[in-house]
Design a binder for this molecule. Structure first.
Ligand SMILES: C[S@@+](CC[C@H](N)C(=O)[O-])C[C@H]1O[C@@H](n2cnc3c(N)ncnc32)[C@H](O)[C@@H]1O
Ligand code: SF4
Ligand code: SF4
Length: 400
């Protein structure tokens, strides 16, 4: 099993995207000591738990590159100091605007996977991915793609499905295919700036499904110019295997996902970072393993089954959808994902497409509630005695 730690070196960002979900008011750059403890204790978890065979570090933010190259050099040096045989990977999720040839060379040399955020062609991207001045960021991100390619890296791009993109999916897919860009698509989350501009940005679950399906059909029918589409592969795989294939469809995503913020606060998910009700502890106050085995953490890996999900044909691949989206839209991790009706339509559609080729969905995996892992092997404590937190963070914490 892979353990994923999404680390946020800083919440500072050089852009001010209209939809940015970042809810956090605290903007420091992580201190070297916090970074060292985070890396050491995450790698320790893999040594302690037999079922954890690899650690994925995802460097996220805010804009992680704002932390500077010295910070990234420290990452590499702490990892080589503490890994002692544990396998790990590094990925960085970045807006790309700060990437020049030196950054590109660093990522190539140190084997970082690079994921850029780019919503499509310039006019579409620059509607919401902007600097504080309102100027678009496309040109700089495009330069980053060239710089990364020049050193042999093949960056992917992350596309947010919002009002700017849902009616332009064919153009976006053509752009990705013409430029050989692998991609992921994620629907808008109600959080941070997105909350302040929700009227301008929002999409309904049905609009989400329509955009996703139109892009999926074009993608799966493509005769040439194939590019890898992560969410399309993940949802197809889930239907075929009879169990969720990524954290969004897993009932217990907090079993193998955690996130550490710039001041060492630990959260069960990067999307909940900065939300006081979801804070599990601080790595300066207790060992990470104790934080993850604490009662507060176990509440996040005991998401209740929603009555409608229990009856749902696709429960074994969806499990209520994304816990953080459920929380951000309703304030309750036990509720269904806001995009539930869209998710149902999407799974139906994928199964229908497979049926046309006489491919039947996989039978429900026996351990689908533990996402295919024998419950005895699931790391960290499972049994919670307390109800999960039900604080309703309807107002951004910036207002509190
Ligand atoms: C918050 S950013 C942090 C990393 C980096 N600054 C970047 O833009 O890639 C991480 C990803 O979340 C996406 N994102 C931001 N706000 C979002 C929202 N309200 N809903 C869904 N995705 C969002 C961004 O487009 C980006 O791909
Ligand atoms: S989405 Fe990324 S680049 Fe845009 S404002 Fe948020 S943190 Fe910055
Ligand atoms: S599609 Fe909706 S009802 Fe079905 S499992 Fe997912 S969230 Fe629950």
């Amino acid at each position: 099993m892979r353990l994923v730690n999404v680390v946020k070196p800083t919440h500072i960002c050089n852009l001010a995207c209209t939809y940015c979900y970042s809810d956090d008011v605290r903007k420091p750059v992580m201190a070297a000591e916090t970074l060292g403890v985070t890396i050491r204790e995450t790698l320790e978890l893999a040594k302690q738990y037999e079922s954890v065979d690899e650690v994925d570090f995802i460097w996220h933010g805010g804009e992680p590159l704002v932390a500077g190259r010295e910070f990234f050099e420290s990452i590499v040096s702490f990892q080589s100091e503490f890994a002692s045989g544990v396998r790990f990977t590094n990925s960085v999720q970045t807006n790309g605007t700060l990437i020049d040839s030196r950054w590109a060379e660093f990522f190539a040399k140190e084997g970082f996977n690079v994921s850029l955020s780019l919503d499509g062609p310039e006019e579409i991207n620059d509607r919401f991915r902007v600097y504080r001045s309102g100027a678009g960021s496309f040109a700089k991100t495009w330069k980053a793609i060239q710089a990364l390619r020049a050193v042999g890296l093949n960056p992917g791009v992350c596309i947010v499905l919002s009002r700017a993109t849902i009616d332009r999916t064919q153009e976006i897919l053509r752009f990705l295919s013409d430029n050989h860009l692998r991609f992921n698509v994620i629907p808008l989350t109600l959080s941070g700036s997105a909350r302040d501009h929700y009227d301008e940005l929002s999409i309904t679950p049905q609009e989400y499904a329509r955009a996703w399906i139109s892009m999926y059909d074009e993608w799966i029918d493509a005769k040439d110019g194939y590019v890898y589409g992560h969410d399309f592969v993940v949802k197809t795989r889930a239907i075929l295997y009879g169990k969720a294939a990524d954290c969004i469809g897993m009932s217990n995503c907090a079993d193998f996902n955690l996130s550490v913020d710039p001041i060492g606060d630990v959260y069960p998910c990067a999307s909940l970072s900065g939300n006081p009700a979801a804070k599990l502890g601080n790595i300066g106050d207790a060992p990470l393993v104790d934080i993850l085995n604490d009662e507060r953490s176990t509440t996040f890996r005991n998401r209740a089954v929603d009555p409608q999900c229990a009856e749902c044909k696709w429960q074994h691949v969806c499990h209520g959808g994304c816990m953080s989206r459920a929380y951000k839209f309703t304030g309750n991790i036990n509720s269904r994902d806001f995009y539930c009706p869209g998710l149902f339509e999407i799974y139906e559609h994928v199964a229908g497409r497979l049926a046309k080729h006489s491919i039947a969905p996989g039978t429900r995996n026996r351990w689908h509630m533990t996402d295919g892992l024998d419950p005895a092997l699931v790391p960290f404590k499972q049994t919670a005695t307390k109800e999960p937190p039900r604080v309703i963070p309807i107002h951004s914490i910036r207002e509190v």
